[in-house]
Design a protein. Structure first.
Length: 377
């Protein structure tokens, strides 16, 4: 998918990008699957006061109270895991922000070439299915590139991170005009808001979820729809602990020889000094950062199954405590399709299980080397 054609949907001039040779229009009455990610949502925020629509879906679907996020650093790698079914050391995206050694700069992993493992978005079309992505965050759109058959192209004034209301409008337009078999949609207001604005953002995301259900019902799609609703990772709003920079610059061995890529509670630390000093330097570096105020733990990237782009050490702070170990996230499967079960499942599941679940729903074979997750259905 190296080139795209922009298609103007009927609903409010929403721009959809289509893969070459893929036209708008419905394709039949087969199963439809919608993966809905509410960025940063915690299980303790799910309740009748803030999320009545999510509670209703939970009561009429299969809920997994033992669901956990798979360890990763940031929003982008979590979404990559959901769409590939493999951990970051295989998928190529370990964090939101890394030190790019080849370019000598700290940058965001937001390019299509950063993702090195095939996603279900691009694998399903080989079986004749069509896929769509409705992603409000610019970096998410960048890393998934043109892998989906259709994708939303936000225009002015929302090119960067679009509000949930715009995302919802684009989602409905894509369903009406393109009707993909699989859609990945992300609601991101909740992750951007803190303090008093957070409950409102949670409620707004839940309202968009309710609108999606009503739209599927009104359009006659509900009885063949499956919704996989989850969060990428829980958000911790702990206060920042400060930077390691001053502590490292005060050390004669480490000064000007260490680069830090900060990721909201997780610092990816890379040694840039002589290769001959690397082993000694890393032992010393680990000793120095582990004693820094606010540091919870220090890991080698391989311990967390992060790839080589995660630097030499992963330093976790209070706000990043959920990154090293699996943290609770909401995960449920709902919808009118007969495949959807009812009740509460005690099965331990993870966000890396989303792609295997999607694959099973469409009869998609496992990717090369298999999944790291497993289907929850």
């Amino acid at each position: 998918m190296k080139r795209r054609s922009l298609l103007k949907a009927a609903a409010g001039s929403v721009l959809l990008s289509a893969a070459p040779g893929v036209a708008l229009g419905t394709t039949g009455v087969g199963r439809r699957v919608y993966v809905v990610v509410v960025d940063g949502l915690r299980p303790d925020e799910v309740g009748t006061a803030l999320t009545p629509n999510l509670v209703a879906l939970r009561a009429n679907g299969t809920y997994f109270p033992r669901a956990r996020s798979a360890p990763a650093v940031g929003t982008i790698p979590h979404h990559v895991m959901m769409m590939t079914g493999v951990r970051p050391d295989r998928g190529g995206v370990s964090a939101d922000t890394i030190f790019d050694r080849a370019r000598g700069v700290v940058r965001t992993l937001g390019r299509a070439s950063d993702l090195t493992f095939p996603t279900v978005l691009e694998r399903l079309p080989a079986l004749g299915f069509r896929t769509g992505s409705v992603l409000p965050k610019e970096n998410l759109r960048g890393v998934f590139g043109a892998r989906a058959s259709y994708r939303w192209e936000p225009g002015p004034p929302v090119e960067g991170n679009a509000p949930d209301a715009f995302t919802s409008h684009a989602l409905h337009a894509m369903i009406d005009e393109a009707d993909p078999d699989l859609v990945l949609v992300h609601f991101g207001d909740h992750d951007r808001e803190g303090g008093l604005g957070r409950p409102l953002a949670v409620r707004t995301a839940d309202e968009q979820l309710g609108k999606l259900v009503r739209h599927l019902e009104a359009s006659g799609r509900w009885e063949r729809s499956v919704l996989v609703v989850t969060a990428d990772h829980p958000v911790d709003r702990s206060s920042p602990d400060g930077s390691l920079r001053g502590r490292l610059d005060a050390d004669a061995l480490l000064r000007n020889r260490v680069v830090i890529a900060e990721n909201a509670g997780a610092d990816l630390v890379s040694w840039t000094g002589p290769a001959s000093d690397r082993d000694l330097a890393l032992r010393h570096l680990e000793s120095v950062v582990s004693r820094a105020p606010g540091v919870l733990s220090v890991h080698r990237p391989a311990e967390l199954r992060l790839g080589p782009d995660a630097g030499d050490l992963v330093v976790l702070r209070e706000a990043g405590r959920h990154l090293a170990a699996p943290a609770p996230v909401p995960l449920l499967v709902a919808g009118g399709d007969p495949v959807v079960g009812r009740g509460v499942s005690a099965t331990p599941v993870s966000t890396v299980d989303v792609a295997p679940t999607v694959g099973r729903l469409f009869g998609l074979p496992e990717p090369p080397g298999g999944y790291d997750g497993q289907s929850v259905i």
